[in-house]
Design a protein around this ligand. Structure first.
Ligand code: UPG
Ligand code: MN
Length: 615
């Protein structure tokens, strides 16, 4: 191979092609491919900068234009899947938070889908239904925010001393403490007698194998269902769709589709709001904001994410028996209901992909509906992000792997979206769907310069070369950009998650010690995992190389140093970024530090890599 000096097409690496017989051809080829891939990805990411639209809803105009009676109904779906990973107290706090919007209560119906099929979750929801009679008037009267009781009470300082307020607050708190105390233990017999719903659970009911359970805990149409101040309550429904071994349940997408059908039977509101069980409502006005987009006279008709399929419309004014509704809904939540239908394909949320929200959003958009992106200054919802690195990695793996899978499916935005959505939108999807493969060039950058440094192979233009200037510019600009736009480890640790298509639910339980570490800014590395070993090995490899490189810089001729200075800088930066990892490996002894088995494995692997490349 010879250096094509006249060819100014590609990056400075090109002029550095090792000549035949020179070492480092493979390293060079790897780095060159990495550069090309980064370049292509960079082009795709530029779509995010085209024609940015900012939107502002005018809520006051909504109120002047629509009286309460004319406002549309809202069906709110809350999903939960596991009573251990997602504590029932958190789940019902989320449920309660979405029951109190600054909106007519009788227009809101809240559905909890429990894929865990857990009696404990049902019990918690039963308690929540009673508690809501206090909580809703309390929130509305004092305009309490956030409206998740768990969050509200954890950040409440009791400085307010208006007597009535304190009184109410105490009664609410007593109720809540009773709630949480009971939710931890098993369900007392006298409670079981209070609601017919408990009879659905017997010794045969397990998470994977049980009949459909539908319980309407509050019937919002019943004028007698009122809070302590006599105001109407929102409808509250517990749903646990049927699960049987051998029937794929399609994770969250399956649960959402059951919710769509069951809610169509019970309340059939034109607008659906979906939150995860950990995403409590943080702004009581959020649904009024959303309505401004849906009811906009010019564009509202094109805006999607309202109900997708049309179900037979029910006349809500008729005499409706709760029992009848429950029985009819159970059938809609049975495993066999979807057999031979378009559910999961053309209808409802799309199955077969761990990022059901992304594929379904794309499919809806390709049918001509317009999505609206609105990022309010006050967050409409707040959720629990994973608190330990290993759980984050599980989540990232599901997301990145799931999205990459979409890229190779029939839903690839460049094919499926061709002529249906703009090129900019296709590229916008590309940014996310190609997130996983970008880990490969990133990995290359974390490994190859370090290894080549150990073998004395220069990869980059010499500092005194003219080619160094564009290289330094691109490098500096990109580094600055990356530092600002995402943080440290994120991209380096991404892995291709192709083999796993299951939806791994992330844990939302945060213990006190973890909370303390979080406040101190310490990374919680979590349990031993292969991904953690990879991170630690890469960190150590770069540290070793940096040491070796510095030694060489000090003791060898200036030309050698000049040749290796860029690699040295890259290793230096990677080492700097990994300081928390070294801390976790060697200097911390708390529970959040890196397990010693990982330390051992990574030292062995990094040493082997060094030895192999040095000889
Ligand atoms: O079989 C299942 C598995 C999960 N869930 C629920 O799905 C939600 C999301 O699960 P979580 O483990 O918290 O995943 P996240 O990565 O935090 O979720 C994000 O990513 C998912 C996949 O893209 C989206 O579905 C979510 O809305 C989005 O918040 C939770 O409420 C779960 O209870 C179910 O209902 N049934
Ligand atoms: Mn989540």
């Amino acid at each position: 191979m010879s250096g094509k000096r006249g060819d100014e097409a590609v990056l400075p690496l090109l002029i550095h092609i090792p000549r035949a017989g020179q070492p480092g051809k493979h390293a060079w080829a790897a780095m060159f491919s990495a550069e090309v891939l980064f370049g292509l990805y960079w082009i795709i990411t530029q779509s995010g900068r085209w024609r940015v639209v900012y939107r502002y809803p005018f809520k006051d105009r909504l109120s002047t234009r629509y009286e309460d009676k004319k406002l549309p109904g809202f069906d709110v779906f809350v999903c939960t899947a596991d009573p251990i990973l997602e504590p029932p107290l958190m789940v019902i706090s989320t449920v309660l938070s979405v029951m109190v919007y600054n909106y007519p209560s009788e227009k809101i119906s809240v559905y909890l889908s429990d894929d865990g099929g857990s009696e404990l979750t049902f019990y918690a929801l039963f308690e929540a239904s009673k508690f809501s009679k206090y909580w809703i008037p309390f929130c509305k009267k004092y305009n309490v925010e956030p409206r998740s009781p768990e969050v509200y009470f954890s950040c409440q300082n009791t400085s307010v001393d208006e007597s009535r307020f304190v009184q109410d607050w105490t009664s609410v708190k007593v109720n809540l403490t009773q709630n949480s105390a009971a939710a931890k233990g098993c369900i007392p017999e006298e409670i079981r007698d209070q609601h017919k719903g408990f009879s659905e659970w017997n010794s045969k009911v397990t998470k994977q194998d049980h009949q459909s359970i539908v319980q309407i805990l509050i019937d919002g149409w019943n004028p007698e269902a009122t809070d302590i101040e006599g105001n109407r309550l929102p409808t509250l429904v517990y749903l646990s769709r049927e699960k049987r071994p051998g029937w794929p349940h399609n994770f969250k997408a399956g649960s959402m589709n059951s919710l769509i059908r069951v809610s169509a039977e019970i309340s059939n509101a034109p607008i659906i709001l979906n939150v995860d069980c950990d995403m409590y409502s943080n702004d009581g006005d959020a649904i009024r904001d959303a309505l401004c987009f849906f009811l906009d006279e010019k564009q509202g008709q094109q805006i999607s994410y309202s109900r997708i399929e049309s179900h037979s419309v029910i006349d809500n004014t008729k005499d409706r028996s709760v029992q009848e509704l429950e029985e009819a809904s159970k059938i809609l939540a049975n495993c066999s209901y979807e057999k031979g239908t378009q559910w999961g394909k053309e209808m409802g949320l799309i199955y077969g992909c761990p990022v059901e929200d992304i594929v379904t959003g794309l499919a809806i958009q390709c049918r001509g509906w317009k999505p609206v992106y609105y990022n309010p200054s006050k967050y409409a919802f707040q959720g629990v992000a994973p608190t330990t690195l290993d759980i984050s990695l599980i989540q990232f793996k599901r997301w990145s792997g799931g999205m990459f899978q979409v890229f190779f499916s029939k839903y690839c935005p460049f094919i499926y979206g061709h002529r249906k959505i703009s090129l900019g939108a296709q590229m916008g999807y590309g940014i996310y769907l190609l997130w996983a493969p970008v880990s490969l060039p990133t990995l290359c950058y974390a490994v190859v310069p370090a290894l080549s440094l150990l073998c004395d192979i220069p990869l980059f233009p010499q500092v005194s070369s003219l080619w160094f200037i564009p290289f330094a510019y691109v490098f500096a600009a990109k580094t600055a950009y990356t530092l600002v736009e995402d943080l440290v480890l994120d991209t380096i640790i991404m892995q291709l998650g192709l083999s796993q298509t299951a939806f791994a639910v992330t844990a939302k339980v945060v213990d006190d010690e973890a909370q303390k570490r979080y406040r101190k800014g310490l990374i919680d590395f979590g349990n031993s995992s292969i991904m953690l070993v990879i991170i630690a090995t890469l960190a150590l490899l770069n540290l070793f190389s940096l040491g070796w490189g510095i030694k060489k810089a000090l003791f060898s001729a200036p030309e050698t140093f000049e040749k290796l200075v860029v690699q040295l800088t890259i290793c230096g930066i990677i080492t700097l970024l990994n300081l928390p990892v070294y801390e976790g490996l060697f200097f911390r002894s708390d529970k959040g530090s890196i397990p010693s088995s990982v330390t051992f494995k990574s030292i062995v692997m990094a040493s082997i890599a060094c030895l192999v490349s040095a000889y």
